[in-house]
Design a protein around this ligand. Structure first.
Ligand code: NAD
Length: 359
């Protein structure tokens, strides 16, 4: 398992250090893990004048998986756009051909009160949002601003998806549903679009239906995005895997992550066509708490679990890591962002140690 480790900025180095402890523990247990570290984001700009130096991209390309912390910081906000830390992230996703973004929204029984929804709506929630990451209106051409005859300016973007782009992400969705069904019993995919208004969505629905016929064991449904946004806060447990395009997925995955109430708990994966992946927490670099040893490292640790599941197909190891996180929570240990009355607040470092101990 050759893993590129890119801590990045802000709390990135602190939380990634805890995930690396887990990898070291697994290595002493016999897994053949090779780690190599490199800069990305603001840290890379400081070190090499580029948020994604060639050496970092090369290392990522030569690795089986990438573990990333987060990028960004106030001190970089005035740089020209091409030099901003976030460009490092966009470029590495593109450079690795990562088109499938997986964001689970999961509520641990111990954290059910952190959600803004009523406990009965979210307890046991386990939804996977699969967002297409490289197409759609974010990348479609033409786009720009033009002057109309009356002198007024007009902004425009183009929403587009080709059949092959839809097909490959749909396959990922059905395969994930089947993998999860092994755990949860029933395989369900809900494809989200706006087929009542958009031609792009009509094609999306047609192709997803076609791909779905290759997976008779998965129950496929379709939902318009406006309804999906509503259903996610009305009855989120009706969903298993949601498959959707880039812009709808961007919005719905943020909405779903908030159902859990704890941004420090949410991992993510971005996969290419061969299940090579980049794994990172959903949150950003949290410059407001960087360097204070108070950030929650669990989202990053759970990203390692996803890495074991999706890139290395080691479901057993993924489950061990997830169980270790659950044990740690059951012991009443919490970082400041998820603490409740009667619980013990511990720092980033101690949380990493506690999970290693539970593992
Ligand atoms: P953020 O996710 O960094 O922080 C939002 C809030 O959540 C902050 O109050 C922060 O302290 C808290 N928080 C985040 N992660 C936490 C953790 N693990 N434990 C405890 N609390 C945590 O979002 P933001 O403040 O909007 O952005 C800060 C910087 O991060 C910006 O430069 C932004 O561009 C960047 N960013 C990077 C990524 C990424 O690297 N994938 C994603 C989002 C934002």
């Amino acid at each position: 398992m050759k893993i590129a480790v890119l801590p990045g900025d802000g709390i990135g180095p602190e939380i990634v250090a805890q995930a690396v402890k887990i990898l070291h523990a697994l290595r002493s247990d016999g897994l053949k893990i090779e780690l190599e570290q490199a800069h990305i984001g603001g840290a890379a700009y400081d070190a090499a004048g580029d948020p994604l130096p060639d050496a970092t991209l090369k290392l990522a390309q030569q690795s089986d998986a990438v573990l990333l912390g987060a990028v960004g910081g106030y001190q970089y906000d005035t740089l020209p756009r091409a030099m901003r830390p976030e460009q490092g992230l966009l470029r590495i996703r593109k450079g690795l051909g990562l088109f499938a973004n997986l964001r689970p929204a999961m509520v641990y029984p111990e954290l059910v009160h952190a959600s803004s929804l009523k406990p009965e709506l979210v307890s046991g929630l386990d939804v996977m949002i699969l967002r297409e990451l490289t197409g759609d209106i974010y990348f479609g051409q033409p786009r720009g601003m033009r002057k109309l005859e009356n002198g007024e300016r007009q902004g425009f973007d183009t929403m587009l998806y080709s059949e092959s782009e839809i097909r490959r992400v749909a396959h990922v969705g059905f395969q994930i549903a089947m993998k999860r069904a092994g755990l949860n019993g029933m395989a369900k995919v809900c494809s989200v679009d706006k087929a009542n208004v958009l031609d792009t969505s009509m094609l999306w629905r047609e192709i997803v239906t076609e791909v779905g016929s290759e997976y008779p064991q998965v129950v496929l449904s379709h939902m318009y995005v406006d309804n999906a946004a509503m259903q996610l806060v009305r009855a989120p447990k009706q969903f298993d895997v949601i498959v959707t395009g880039n812009i709808f997925g961007d919005i719905l995955s943020d909405e779903a992550s908030m159902l859990t109430g704890s941004i420090g708990m949410l991992p993510s994966a971005s996969l290419d066509a061969n299940n090579k992946g980049l794994y990172e927490p959903c949150h950003g670099s949290a410059p407001d708490i960087a360097g204070k040893n108070i950030a929650n490292p669990l989202a990053t640790i759970l990203s390692v679990a996803m890495m074991m599941r999706y890139t290395f197909t080691r479901e057993d190891v993924a489950q061990r890591i997830e169980a270790a996180v659950r044990t740690t929570l059951q012991r009443g240990l919490r970082t400041a962002d998820i603490v409740e009355a009667g619980m013990k607040t511990i720092g980033t470092d101690m949380m990493g140690d506690a999970v290693v101990q539970a593992l």
